[in-house]
Design a protein around this ligand. Structure first.
Ligand SMILES: [Zn+2]
Length: 326
């Protein structure tokens, strides 16, 4: 976080308004505010942006240009999700409209502060290849391996927040594929979760994995993506968004019950009553699915933990592609 401090100070002119906390997250906001308390920012020079490595990036960095002047940078991951052409993009609390993309550049203009855009996104995985795995009681498998994550963008709506009126609707078709390392829990028979289980509550487990992981495996939760597939097979994925791998997915194979247990504790202590993004509601749900409910999602997570703690185990043998009793 310290590495990012000079850029933050420069971007916001050391003006730490409470809204910034929302964008930065509290730990970074508090660290930054404390670090510069009573100090004056350098206004005439900007820090060396070449040094800044943007987290979650898979390589390409784009310059944000407002009236021809560079106001910051953005990774291709964020470009795809937040700064598509037409998007209202928030940069340090100020909304801009993305007017165009050019080679390494994103062009911005002023936006009405009441406007927001809602993008249509969905993610699918393909070609998961198991590198190592453990199977419990023959119908729950925990796997680590390679997979291709394909993020799709189907267009967006421009909405006036005051009235909720849709001002503009645009269709688009774009895809962003990345080859990543991932960890996943795969169920051959969902009835092991309990008879009254509704599959959309399983989406709670992906967020529990994401929230719990940084407490067990040192990592930043923004370097992790999650996804649930409800058929062929039913699986919950936790994958690394950082290219080349950061070891979190591989470690998760070993410690996933601990991650789940930690996250259950966090969810139970969370003050929300129906589930929220801080505990078990994923930031993005597949189209047509409702948010997971708190109690049933926690019950599923606990059931997975119990299966892992009490069942006979087999390990994946990559040479013969079979499960072997441990
Ligand atoms: Zn909550």
């Amino acid at each position: 976080m310290n590495k990012h401090l000079p850029y933050l100070v420069h971007e916001c002119g050391a003006n730490f308004s409470p809204q910034l906390s929302e964008h930065l997250g509290e730990p970074f906001f508090n660290l930054a505010r404390k670090a510069i308390e009573g100090k004056k920012p350098v206004k005439t020079h900007k820090p060396n942006y070449q040094k800044l490595s943007i987290r979650g990036s898979s390589g390409t960095i784009y310059r944000l240009l407002y009236k021809g002047k560079e106001i910051g940078e953005i990774s291709d991951v964020h470009l795809f999700r937040e700064a598509y052409v037409g998007a209202i993009y928030n940069h340090f609390g100020k909304p801009y409209r993305v007017t165009a993309h050019a080679a390494g550049e994103v062009h911005l203009e002023d936006a009405d502060p009441h406007f927001r855009t809602e993008g249509i996104f969905w993610t699918v995985t393909e070609g998961a290849e198991i590198l190592s795995g453990i199977r419990y009681a023959e119908n729950l498998a925990a796997c680590y391996g390679r997979l291709t994550v394909s993020e799709n963008f189907g267009g967006f709506k421009l909405i006036d927040s005051r009235s909720g009126v849709v001002l503009e609707e645009e269709r688009s078709e774009r895809e962003r594929r990345s080859n990543v390392r991932g960890f996943w829990l795969e169920l051959t028979d969902t009835s092991i979760l309990g008879v009254s289980v509704l599959l959309h509550d399983l989406f709670g487990v992906e967020q529990l994995l994401r929230i719990g992981a940084p407490f067990v495996v040192p990592c930043d939760r923004h370097d992790l993506g999650t996804l649930t597939t409800v058929k062929n097979p039913t699986a919950v994925y936790l994958y690394e968004t950082v290219p080349g791998g950061i070891g979190v997915a591989e470690k998760a194979l070993e410690v996933w019950p601990k991650i789940i247990e930690t996250a259950i504790g966090i969810a139970e202590r969370c003050t929300c009553s129906h589930g929220c993004p801080s505990c078990l509601v994923p930031p993005r749900l597949p189209l047509g699915f409702k948010e997971p409910r708190k109690e049933p999602a926690i019950a599923i997570a606990r059931r997975l933990f119990d299966i892992a703690s009490t069942s006979a185990r087999e390990r994946f043998d990559p040479d013969s592609h079979v499960w072997v009793p441990i």
